[in-house]
Design a protein around this ligand. Structure first.
Ligand code: NAD
Length: 366
């Protein structure tokens, strides 16, 4: 199979790194890469050619590819250059952008959306959401420390003592747990909220305090995702958050509801009560944000609080993020790419969930 790699238009990562090029060639494939595709993630063109890829223009990659892997979905204008039945692998988030899927289907492309891979043990090694969320959780804390006009760890010096920073993490999933671990390593005192019952033990195992709110809905049947809570619970949670937020120096918010806007956990009234100079990093900003005053893709200061809205923090660690993304892609390709030949069985549980368009039809169902 001819597998294409392109330079992302607005992302520093690359979907296939040279190491994977080498492996895919050994497995019987041919790799064609756009010149400069790995430049911003520190994989120079020579490393692609050394690994065996052929470097060509973007248009030539699109025209020749039988499989193309990207971080962000291609522009519909690119679809025109792809041959019918090309296998396109990316993260479409079809529940938010069904139009892109419809256009891909209209061009007779076979589209796999990696964010639709089910959360089952078998699929863990191909879970791009988890690998990118983990990096984002780490980077969120580093970013917060950079903006905070205070020190993170406790410091005892001859000039006096400085207490440790107080960090509050909302949403203790993959990103939240990595944020907790990073904030702990930097010496801060960490607390965390989550609605999922399973999160308590994980938070405590990292040495952070779990802030409990009674009466969360059972989420066992939600496949690892959180469920929307009752109004009564939300009110109790808002009160507890207001109490804890006023004491925090840093808040990292990561709470997501699959396919729905992110829950608003920090209202503007709560921001107004926070300490001057404190920092909120809102990783959920692309789906509306967990803080009412978040602006996606921007850093704003409101009531003396720096609010950073950024759901693409993994792209700020592009070298390692690309390596992990690439590993996820390889594990995914292994399901249906055998000795350089496609064997797509849409009855396979992973392919069935992630194939959102095939043979001119949109397969994704809401
Ligand atoms: P996510 O990105 O969907 O959500 C982030 C966190 O926000 C979750 O922990 C969620 O419970 C929490 N949240 C949602 N609404 C909230 C609210 N109102 N208040 C507070 N918190 C709220 O989730 P995620 O980080 O991708 O993963 C969640 C869980 O699924 C984790 O335990 C993870 O280990 C598990 N998981 C399993 C697999 C697998 O088995 N293949 C893959 C990925 C994740």
């Amino acid at each position: 199979m001819k597998i294409g790699i392109i330079k992302e238009k607005s992302d520093n990562r690359v979907a296939i790194v040279p190491d994977l090029v080498r492996r895919l060639i050994k497995e019987g494939n041919e790799l064609i890469a756009e010149k400069g595709c790995g430049e911003s993630s520190l994989f120079a063109d020579e490393t692609y050619t050394e690994a065996g890829a052929t470097l060509v223009s973007r248009n030539d990659v699109l025209k020749a590819s039988e499989i193309i892997c990207t971080i962000a979905p291609l522009d519909p204008v690119d679809y025109k250059l792809l041959a019918k039945d090309t296998v396109v692998i990316s993260s479409y988030q079809p529940y938010f952008t069904l139009d892109k899927t419809k256009e891909a289907a209209a061009h007779q492309l076979t589209v796999f959306s990696m964010d639709m891979i089910p959360r089952i043990t078998l699929a863990q090694a191909m879970d791009v959401l988890s690998s990118m969320a983990s990096i984002a959780g780490y980077k969120a804390v580093i970013l917060a420390a950079n903006h905070l006009p205070k020190y993170f760890p406790m410091l005892t010096t001859a000039a006096g003592s400085i207490p440790p920073a107080k960090v509050l993490v909302m949403g203790a999933g993959v990103a939240g747990l990595q944020a907790i671990a990073t904030a702990k390593r930097l010496g801060s005192v960490v607390q965390a909220f989550d609605t999922r019952a399973a999160a308590k033990e994980e938070v405590e195992s990292l040495g952070a305090k779990f802030v409990e709110v009674e009466g969360a809905k059972d989420d066992k049947a939600a496949g690892g995702y959180a469920v929307e809570q009752t109004e009564e619970y939300k009110q109790r949670q808002r009160e507890k958050i207001a109490e804890e937020a006023a004491k925090a120096d840093v808040i990292i918010t990561t709470a997501q509801l699959r396919g729905k806007p992110a829950p608003v956990l920090i209202t503007k009234e709560v921001v107004a009560q926070m300490k001057n100079g404190s920092v909120i990093v809102d990783i959920a900003s692309s789906t509306g944000g967990n803080c009412e005053l978040t602006e996606d893709g921007k850093t704003v200061v409101k009531h003396g609080v720096t609010i950073i809205g950024n759901s693409e923090l993994a792209a700020d660690v592009p070298n390692h993020a690309s390596q992990l993304f690439s590993k996820n892609v390889h594990n995914f390709l292994n399901i249906f790419l055998k000795e350089g030949k496609l064997e797509i069985d849409l009855e396979n549980v992973i392919l069935k969930s992630s194939c959102i368009a095939s043979k001119g039809e949109v397969l994704y169902k809401n």
